[in-house]
Design a protein around this ligand. Structure first.
Ligand SMILES: Cc1cc2nc3c(=O)[nH]c(=O)nc-3n(C[C@H](O)[C@H](O)[C@H](O)COP(=O)(O)OP(=O)(O)OC[C@H]3O[C@@H](n4cnc5c(N)ncnc54)[C@H](O)[C@@H]3O)c2cc1C
Ligand SMILES: NC(=O)C1=CN([C@@H]2O[C@H](COP(=O)(O)OP(=O)(O)OC[C@H]3O[C@@H](n4cnc5c(N)ncnc54)[C@H](OP(=O)(O)O)[C@@H]3O)[C@@H](O)[C@H]2O)C=CC1
Length: 462
């Protein structure tokens, strides 16, 4: 087999890359090589501001892509080797695919706590649809659950789960620390112990994919919305969540088949549980070999330059598998998120196309400012720029406005200029905050009025 463009991975980065190439080069052949027969596509894309977008993500059979684009051929194979000196890849079943340009979009996999090796059936990570199904099955018999980690997945699970006691073990002194500060974490407390009903209930998460386990694409926004995530205890109007701050799991002192698991924490506490969810981040996938070495960053992603190129000739990478290794703009940084996977996939396609045509490629504007639109504990959350004071070396001021249960607004200001913002609830401030960060207008004349709810700050900047 042979194609001008070969893209490996059927997650959001790979599919966005293939679709952009199909649009730019309807005359060229494109192969999307993916281990999983299900692919992720973006639907209902809408812009909230210039740079903040929201969209749904659907998992569908790869036939939809074959039908939509005549020049995309989807191949279901696992890539195991890249013969980069001869420009072809090899799959597990021995299929050879030659490329002119190759883009690696194989995502990441859960980085589980080390005790996972001791109890692989009772310590689970969540990444793709298979892993959620395994989790839901085990949860049916679970009365006591330990959740470790303090990012998006842990927050979603603690929010959504019912009918089991939860011990939430977090390294920090407040919850949801990858996204918010202690003030916002306090704002979420009211929703922490409520039982959340599913909007509509789906029994299945997806199409059937066959028996063999495959590393599927990562789940995304609202994956839990229509699922019942419930343990074995009887139904209750509120849930029992105990948070263990500034703690990690130290050891598990149970023999292999004993139940419950006895877990000791670094602060000396001992917990008992039936199941542990390790929501402790991800590592870039490294499930293939190359002839020459690929350069990896210290945080383990494949290094890519400002054109999404790796160090190997005509090999690009995008999404969770890569690490941005260019001089990044002041208000942007990389996080492993849908939005960035999509942006990188599309941009890698433009870069490959530009290089094929010998055209100059200008970096996409989306890399000027970090934006993330999500939901936490049932609230709309918009994060902009250096929303947690990242890169500011603790040299910044915070302006905060909050109304219990309704909104939490935080502006991060340095030298009178807005550097980042956290907007929780229907604040209507996203456009203004985005402009203030991008334009770096001095806020000195407005003082604290900038967040005065009786003043329409947009009037200041018209
Ligand atoms: C539970 C959960 C909830 C999330 N929620 C959000 C959210 O609300 N908002 C948000 O912005 N982000 C969210 N994320 C993160 C987001 O899903 C990821 O950042 C994004 O999906 C990464 O996309 P990707 O295409 O880079 O990788 P992946 O989605 O991991 O796709 C990788 C693809 O490569 C294929 N593959 C892997 N190895 C091979 C191989 N050797 N050969 C062939 N194919 C291979 C896989 O089958 C898969 O199709 C969530 C993640 C999880 C796990
Ligand atoms: N709403 C959204 O946008 C969502 C996004 N996601 C994305 O999916 C991916 C996976 O999510 P998730 O697993 O939550 O990853 P995250 O990287 O978001 O969070 C991992 C958390 O676990 C902590 N941690 C790491 N190792 C340990 C350990 N040994 N013991 C205790 N805590 C530990 C980390 O702390 P530290 O940082 O200090 O190491 C961090 O707080 C991420 O890319 C995430 O951004 C997932 C769900 C929802």
């Amino acid at each position: 087999m042979e194609a001008t463009f070969v893209i490996v991975g059927g997650g959001i980065a790979g599919v966005s890359c293939a679709e952009t190439l199909a649009f730019l080069h309807p005359e060229k052949s494109i192969i999307l090589l993916s281990e999983s027969s299900l692919i992720k596509t973006v639907t209902n894309l809408h812009t909230i501001t210039k740079t903040i977008i929201a969209f749904d993500v659907e998992e569908s059979s790869s036939n939809t892509l074959n039908e939509k684009y005549q020049n995309i051929k989807v191949v279901h194979e696992e890539m195991v080797d890249i013969k980069d000196e001869h420009c072809y890849v090899l799959t597990k079943n021995g299929v050879q695919i030659k490329y002119s340009y190759l883009c690696l979009c194989m995502g990441a996999e859960p980085k589980l706590i080390p005790q996972y090796k001791q109890f692989p059936d009772r310590i689970l990570g969540i990444r793709d649809t298979d892993s959620v199904e395994a989790f839901l099955n085990k949860l049916k018999n679970c009365r006591k659950l330990v959740v470790v980690g303090n990012g998006g997945i842990a927050s979603e699970i603690v929010y959504k789960i019912q009918n089991t006691d939860i011990d939430w073990v977090v390294k920090d002194n407040h919850i949801s620390a990858t996204f918010v500060d202690p003030g916002a974490a306090e704002f979420f407390q009211d929703n922490l112990k409520k039982n959340v009903k599913s909007e509509k209930i789906s029994k299945r998460m997806r199409y059937e994919e066959g028996e063999t386990p495959k590393s599927g694409a990562a789940l995304g926004p609202d994956w839990y919305k229509n699922l019942i995530i419930a343990g074995a205890s009887s139904e209750n109007s509120s849930k029992n969540v105990s948070i263990h701050y500034q703690a990690e799991i130290a050891t598990i002192i149970t023999q292999e088949s004993e139940n419950p698991l006895k877990v000791t924490l670094t602060d000396g506490k001992i917990l008992e549980c039936d199941l542990i969810i390790s929501a402790t981040g991800v590592n870039a996938r490294k499930n293939f070999s190359t002839t020459n070495s690929l350069d990896y960053a210290a945080n383990e992603g494949i290094k890519v330059d400002e054109y999404m190129r790796t160090n190997l000739k005509n090999i690009y990478a995008a999404g969770d598998i890569c690490s941005a290794n260019w001089q990044i703009a002041k208000h942007w940084f990389q996080m492993k998120l849908w939005t960035q996977a999509r942006q990188m996939g599309c941009y890698a396609a433009k870069c490959m196309s530009g290089h094929l045509n010998n055209e100059e490629v200008l970096q996409d504007f989306c890399f000027e400012i970090f934006t993330h639109s999500t939901k936490l504990f049932g609230h709309k959350v918009i994060l902009l720029g250096l929303y947690n004071g990242q890169k500011l070396d603790k040299r910044y001021e915070l302006l905060v406005r909050t109304t219990k249960g309704l909104e939490y607004v935080k502006f991060v200001i340095q030298d009178h200029k807005l550097q980042g913002a956290v907007l929780i609830g229907e604040t209507d401030l996203e456009e203004t905050a985005e402009n203030l960060i991008l334009n770096q207008i001095s806020l000195e004349p407005y003082g604290d009025d900038i967040l005065n709810p009786d003043i329409d700050i947009e009037d200041y900047f018209d």
